[in-house]
Design a protein around this ligand. Sequence first.
Ligand code: ADP
Ligand code: MG
Length: 139
Amino acid sequence: MSELTFSIVKPDAVEAGQAGAVLQMILDAGLKIRAMKMIRLTREQAEGFYAVHRERPFFKDLVNYMISGPVVVSVLEGDNAIARYRELMGATDPAKAAEGTIRKRFGKSIEANACHGSDGPDTAKTEVAYFFSRLEMVG
Ligand code: ADP
Ligand code: MG
């Protein structure tokens, strides 16, 4: 069943000029890009996006990192897109990510790990709506 998921190419990858390569890996995996834009998150937007991690010790650093430069946000579509994109990203810690994953190839640390992907249907829906209006969805 075709579904939507939400993706961020994070500041470390954009800064390193790797956004195009990350998006190419997404396309090569057979996922379609339904919407996309480059933005720079405000502190408030980043805190809202990562609100579930508010109590985690790394929260403040994570927010500072996410606002440190532009990101490329997109909506991906495909059969089983949520799980497929999580698999393509690899483990949160790039050192533990499998060969051929985005984080293995481009992740710099457990924090600066190149990409974000929704972890389930509810978060996918919330995250898509957090960044994109219906008017911005293509196709
Ligand atoms: P994922 O992005 O794989 O779903 P989490 O939802 O657990 O991982 O964490 C959100 C983000 O917070 C991670 O992608 C990473 O950027 C950062 N992060 C997670 N764990 C740590 C940690 N132990 N130290 C620093 N940053 C972390
Ligand atoms: Mg997560």
